[in-house]
Design a protein around this ligand. Structure first.
Ligand code: FAD
Length: 291
């Protein structure tokens, strides 16, 4: 059962930040409620005040330009990202990821910022956005700061946000030339959370060797993590199945999965190896044909 709370509906981001400053430890932000309401129903979270961002149209935007890249406001839904023509053209991996996230109903109401703020290591957007080099702009009544998304998760279900801060914008830099990004999660039911997930970005030199690599894993450690040893295997290498195999093995060795009712530690490591190998190869193939 959900405990009683006072519902607050700010008329602007500024007003929301002031409400948060006024109620300090006693509030919780709600946006789509697709994750928060489950926690409240289970009695895991019982805020005295719920501050609802949902109606803040000033934060409901998605913009792109070639110099600054993609900017996604706090109240922009998963579905708006999925259906954006510019996202499909510039960052097709984000559309592919959103199409497999939950159901249309959840995507219609839930936000990508709320997903990142929830801090679930099985969440789909974080690995993809880290592979794309994204940051989040957070704000409080005292001001704003920008945090690289790869530094946003200190521990399981924890974020680098302080009390009084919210995510106001997700920022994705323009895609480098000759680069590709791919993502896959492994699950038994389509659109379910991944048992393990891997995202890869590969950027190529003019001679076709790997200039830069990012391998990012979901559900493979207490937080979403970069597989830096696997990245080292790829950087400087030529396209070669033996290299992808070695990168997959490195990722499996450096991840830190736990066992649960879905999978053992050993099975998750196996999935990390297979998905990292496949995504590195797929991203490389996309980079070869990209402008
Ligand atoms: C049936 C179902 C299936 C799902 N399947 C998947 C799946 O396959 N993959 C996946 O990744 N996710 C899945 N989810 C989770 C869901 O996609 C997201 O976590 C959800 O969209 C979060 O957005 P929201 O706006 O609903 O956030 P809310 O539930 O309103 O908030 C979530 C958390 O973030 C905080 N918060 C919200 N907005 C902000 C902000 N701007 N700044 C700071 N804090 C904020 C809240 O205080 C709360 O702690 C599923 C959810 C459901 C109900």
């Amino acid at each position: 059962m959900i405990s009683d709370f006072t519902y607050l509906k700010p008329g602007s981001v500024k007003e929301a930040l002031q409400m948060m400053a006024d109620h300090e430890e006693e509030y919780k932000i709600i946006c789509g409620g697709q994750s928060l309401l489950i926690l409240m129903r289970q009695g895991l979270v019982s805020p005295e005040y719920l501050i609802d961002l949902k109606g803040l149209n000033e934060a409901n935007y998605l913009t792109y330009d070639a110099k600054n890249g993609l900017k996604i406001g706090a109240t922009c839904t998963h579905r708006a990202v999925e259906k954006s023509a510019v996202v499909k053209k510039e960052y097709p991996v984000l559309v592919e990821m959103e199409e497999k996230l939950a159901s249309i109903q959840v995507r219609n109401w839930g936000t990508i910022a709320g997903n990142l703020a929830h801090g679930d290591p099985a969440g789909d957007p974080a690995p993809v956005l880290i592979a794309l080099g994204a940051s989040v702009k957070v704000a409080s009544a005292k001001g704003e700061r920008t945090i690289a998304l790869e530094d946003f998760y200190p521990d399981l279900f924890e974020t680098a946000m302080e009390t009084g801060e919210i995510i106001v914008e997700i920022q994705v830099p323009p895609r480098p030339a000759k680069s590709g990004t791919k993502y896959q999660k492994f699950n038994l039911l389509d659109s379910d959370m991944g048992m393990v997930a891997a995202a890869a970005t590969i950027t190529l030199n003019a001679d076709g060797t790997c200039k830069d690599a990012r391998i990012v894993l979901g559900s493979a450690a207490p937080t979403v993590m970069r597989a830096k040893e696997a990245e080292k295997v790829l950087i400087g290498a030529k396209f070669d199945d033996a290299v992808f195999e070695k990168a997959g093995e490195a990722a499996a060795a450096e991840c830190d999965p736990s066992a649960d009712i879905h999978a053992s530690v050993e099975y998750r490591r196996h999935l990390v190896k297979v998905l990292s190998k496949r995504m590195a190869k797929a991203a490389w193939e996309q980079a070869k044909i990209s402008g």
